[in-house]
Design a protein around this ligand. Structure first.
Ligand SMILES: Cc1cc2nc3c(=O)[nH]c(=O)nc-3n(C[C@H](O)[C@H](O)[C@H](O)COP(=O)(O)OP(=O)(O)OC[C@H]3O[C@@H](n4cnc5c(N)ncnc54)[C@H](O)[C@@H]3O)c2cc1C
Length: 339
């Protein structure tokens, strides 16, 4: 059968189609599009005559570096460091944003925070959350469809971007992304034995090149409490609990158990805790440490575990602050008696 070749003006591709077919008519419409586009471009918009303020390139460099270095300087010592900005870590950070007196740093090895919460199961869009965790969505004002015992957010990215925007806007929270926690700071005293006192950090691109370059020492963030929310086992995942095991501070990290939604989510929230002095674990890292079943693509436990981790961390922080205050008062009392 005879056919004609119609040119597609956009991609310059040849389109083979029968004469007077729907495809031929469509190709013809495509061919006239540029003229219509030119006319549209000539019509007035509010950007006619638009011009940016003048700039020197060095101003931009200084604006970025001064702020970043100030942030690093100010966050060399924090109250709470969160390692891992997935669903659990971000929920913990959100809860801590309600306590402006608590200084928080988040360390995230990826450029994009959010961990595994940009999609639902098997790369689908929808995010399922079992009740009563939907109350967290109400608080964040994220819309959902009610399915009875669970709710569905139409795109996981809607939930993650909303949560992220609230965390990033909080004045007491600083996110250091593209930064990996390479190790823990661990100290020891008579009262509590070994305890976690901070995160050993490095820019992730540096961490990834330790084998190919020399002299790449890390940096340190001292913390009163760490929330470890590093997610599943993997090259970086479950980094907090795996390091504790190598240090002999926990016995073993068996890895998550087989899938059982009903028991998995309750166990993760229940077992979210201060696992060693100074370190709280949450999210899938809990399942890795305790061998709890995995829950599959239902995210309520990640959010509830993160919120609980924040409360556990705050309790630990307040206890430490009270002990410090009592010790200081005791010292002052001794000095007064001596005087
Ligand atoms: C193989 C696989 C299986 C899964 N199975 C399940 C399942 O059974 N149940 C389920 O609910 N979900 C599952 N998921 C989906 C999803 O990962 C989790 O639900 C959810 O994202 C876990 O939340 P989280 O906050 O604990 O960890 P994540 O979302 O994984 O977030 C952890 C974050 O920590 C960061 N991080 C890790 N180590 C470091 C470090 N050393 N320094 C700095 N940052 C670090 C990571 O970059 C990441 O952003 C699975 C995902 C994968 C890939």
């Amino acid at each position: 059968m005879a056919s004609v070749i119609a040119a597609s003006s956009f991609a310059g591709q040849a389109v083979r189609a029968a004469p007077r077919s729907a495809a031929a008519r469509s190709a013809r419409r495509t061919a006239v599009a540029p003229r219509a586009m030119l006319e549209t471009q000539r019509m007035a918009t509010s950007f006619d005559g638009f011009k940016f303020e003048p700039i020197r390139e060095s101003q931009i460099s200084r604006a970025m570096t001064a702020r970043y270095m100030t942030d690093m300087h100010e966050h060399a010592e924090v109250d709470i460091v969160i390692v891992g900005a997935g669903s659990a870590g971000l929920a913990a950070a959100y809860e801590l944003s309600k306590h402006p007196d608590v200084k928080v740093a988040i360390i995230e090895q990826g450029v994009a925070p959010g961990g595994g919460s940009w999609l639902g199961g098997q790369l689908f869009s929808a995010m399922c959350i079992r009740k009563p965790a939907h109350k967290f969505l109400d608080e964040l004002q994220v819309p959902y469809e009610d399915e009875g015992s669970f709710v569905v957010v139409r795109h996981a990215a809607l939930m993650t971007s909303t949560l992220l925007s609230k965390v990033l806007a909080a004045p007491n929270i600083k996110l250091f992304n593209a930064t990996a926690a390479e190790d823990l700071v661990v100290k020891q005293d008579e009262k509590q034995g070994k305890y976690v006192a901070g995160a050993v950090t490095n820019w992730t691109l540096v961490s990834l090149n330790h084998d190919t370059q020399m002299c790449m020492d890390p940096n340190v963030i001292e913390s009163k409490v760490m929330i470890s929310s590093c997610g599943h086992d993997g090259p970086m995942g479950a980094a907090g609990v795996k390091r504790l095991m190598r240090l002999g501070m926990v016995e073993k990290v068996p890895g998550m158990g087989a899938l059982d939604m009903n028991t998995a989510e309750d166990s993760v929230v229940d077992r979210t805790r201060e696992v060693v002095p100074g370190m709280v674990i949450c999210g899938m890292e809990v399942a890795e440490l305790d061998g709890c079943p995995r829950m599959g693509p239902t995210f309520g436990a990640m959010y509830m575990s993160g919120l609980k981790a924040a409360q556990v961390a705050l309790n630990s922080l307040r206890r430490q602050q009270e002990e410090e205050a009592a010790a200081e008062a005791g010292q002052e009392g001794k000095e007064m008696v001596a005087a």
